[in-house]
Every structure is written in C-alpha cells, then in structure tokens.
Design a protein around this ligand. Sequence first.
Ligand SMILES: [Zn+2]
Length: 81
Amino acid sequence: MTSHLGAACRAIPAEWGRDQQGGWTPTRWFPEPHWEVICPECGDDGGPRELQASEILTRRGYYETQLEARAAANRHAVGLE
Ligand SMILES: [Zn+2]
C-alpha cells in the first residue's frame, strides 16, 4: 500500500445539493450521524454513497463513531489499509 495523505473522515450527509462549480455539497446531516472515510487519492469524488462504485464504498466504510472513522482514515493515510 502507498500512503494517501488526503484521507479524512466525515459525518455521512443526509441530503445533498450542488455547489457553484456543479460539484456535490452536503446540505444536511443526520442528528446522530454515522461516519465514513473519504480518500480523493483513491478516486473518491466525495459525493453521495448511492452513486459510488462498490470499491469506493468499501474504502469509505461505515463507522459508528468519529473516533473509529478517524482511526481508519489515519491507517489509510499512512498506507496500512
Ligand atoms: Zn486512498
């Protein structure tokens, strides 16, 4: 594995809109969110889960807590998974 220093965790958005450049931007979050890892270097565009390829979803994961997601992002960032 190579390191992917752009990997970061975030709360999974509940609703989406478009920014001025036409990209996806979250507009609402769940009150008690789950968490995922976004890695642009793996080709993740950061958009809705429903539109992602299965390998991107596997990379994102689905975490109960921010702590777990941050740990997964850190492991991915240094090339451990
Ligand atoms: Zn990556």
